[in-house]
Design a protein around this ligand. Structure first.
Ligand code: PHE
Length: 383
């Protein structure tokens, strides 16, 4: 009896020692699969981070409720980068070395995804950006993926929209020169627009913290454009629209996915200043498909709000990771990476996602108009 007891203690100690030796995420021996997420939950682009985080959490909950992945539940670790430069790198380092996550989801803004990407690449931890559209993001390396389209497509979609639907040929540009996203999208738009008989008659610049755009808008007004393309983020787009109207500029403004946030048309005069304006994005809750309807209902139930593109792509980023872990039958970084690289026809809420050789998706774009204080779905443009 005594001997048996002694042997048991030795065996138990050995098990404990082994368990302590290897981080659970590396061995796959833990009872959960740790997934990292970094998002702008506060700060200037908080609307992006909050939506994306909601979509991500909803997907994680649903996956866990359906039994998890490889017999384990997902455990989401979220870090707030506060919409600040430098914080994404810190967040991702914490997630990798302290929390030992097997993969990273994030960010919305291209600049912040880029900041994290070199770290994920170095540590061989797959990163999936839900919604960063600048081509450079996935060019950082073979561990970096995204589940959305890229800006050469988005720029072309809006150039064609300007030429064919807005029926304009003389357009002015307002670019945030501190944002990789804004500079890239302006450039891709310009190439497609001028290739198709359009003319860029004025190009003005601003930076992230600018609040007064009157000098740039006055210069634009002097050139008499038929429309103004503003590839910026919602906070500044609202101010630009308000100041343009104040200066007597009545022509439509239009832009890309960075416009999308309820805040765009909240606040005094904002909805009116942007009435008749348009932007491109990845998703509309008004799309009439069973998948979208179910997602909108689930999201509504959980958060009491209507999901937007960031929420939809956050959701799809989780589905992509889960699909890859299942096919890899492993939570090992390199093996998840290899499975992600062959992701095909993933049935998500933003469409059927297939990743190309550059680890980018080619999902359809959606054009949304602003009418009477509402976002109104206009059309879907296939790649
Ligand atoms: N595409 C933007 C970027 O790369 C981010 C964004 C995505 C904003 C979707 C809104 C909706 O910076």
């Amino acid at each position: 009896m005594k001997i048996w007891h002694g042997q048991f203690l030795v065996a138990a100690a050995a098990v404990l020692w082994l368990a302590g030796c290897k981080p659970s995420s590396e061995s796959g021996g833990g009872d959960t699969i740790k997934v990292g997420e970094f998002a702008s939950l506060t700060g200037s682009e908080a609307a992006f981070g909050r939506s994306s985080d909601n979509g991500t959490k909803l997907a994680v909950e649903q996956v866990n409720a359906a039994g998890g992945v490889l017999g384990k539940k997902l455990e989401l670790h979220t870090e707030d980068d506060q919409s600040k430069d430098g914080e994404s790198a810190t967040a991702v380092k914490k997630l990798i070395s302290r929390d030992r996550v097997v993969a990273i989801l994030g960010e919305v803004a291209s600049t912040r995804s880029l900041e994290a990407a070199s770290i994920c690449q170095e540590f061989k931890i797959p990163q999936i950006s839900p919604s960063s559209t600048n081509p450079k993001v996935t060019q950082i390396g073979d561990y970096i993926f995204r589940v959305c389209f890229i800006d050469p497509f988005q720029g072309t979609v809006m150039a064609n929209f300007a030429l064919k639907t807005l029926n304009v040929k003389r357009v002015a540009l307002m670019t945030d020169v501190g944002s990789t996203y804004s500079v890239g999208l302006a450039d891709f738009f310009k190439k497609a627009f001028t290739a198709g008989s359009g003319e860029i008659i004025a190009e003005q610049k601003f930076t992230k913290d600018d609040k007064d755009f009157r000098a740039q808008l006055t210069a634009i007004k002097a050139e008499n454009p038929e429309a103004i393309f503003v590839p910026g983020y919602y906070g500044q787009v609202t101010l630009i629209a308000l100041q343009a109207r104040e200066l007597g500029i009545a022509v439509p403004l239009f832009g890309g996915d960075g416009w999308e946030a309820p805040e765009l048309i909240q606040g005094p005069g904002a909805a009116q200043a942007l009435d008749g304006c348009y932007f491109s994005t990845h998703f509309s809750p008004d799309q009439d498909t069973p998948k979208v309807k179910q997602f909108v209902a689930d999201y509504q139930k959980e958060f009491g709000a209507t999901p937007d593109a960031m929420a939809a792509l956050g959701y799809d980023s989780v589905l992509a990771l889960v699909d890859a872990i299942k096919r890899a039958n492993s939570t090992d970084g390199p093996q998840i990476r290899d499975a992600l690289a062959t992701l095909k026809d993933l049935d998500g809420v933003t469409g059927k996602t297939t990743l190309d050789a550059n680890r980018d998706a080619q999902n359809p774009a959606v054009i949304i108009g602003i009418k009477d204080g509402k976002f109104v779905y206009k059309e879907t443009v296939n790649p």
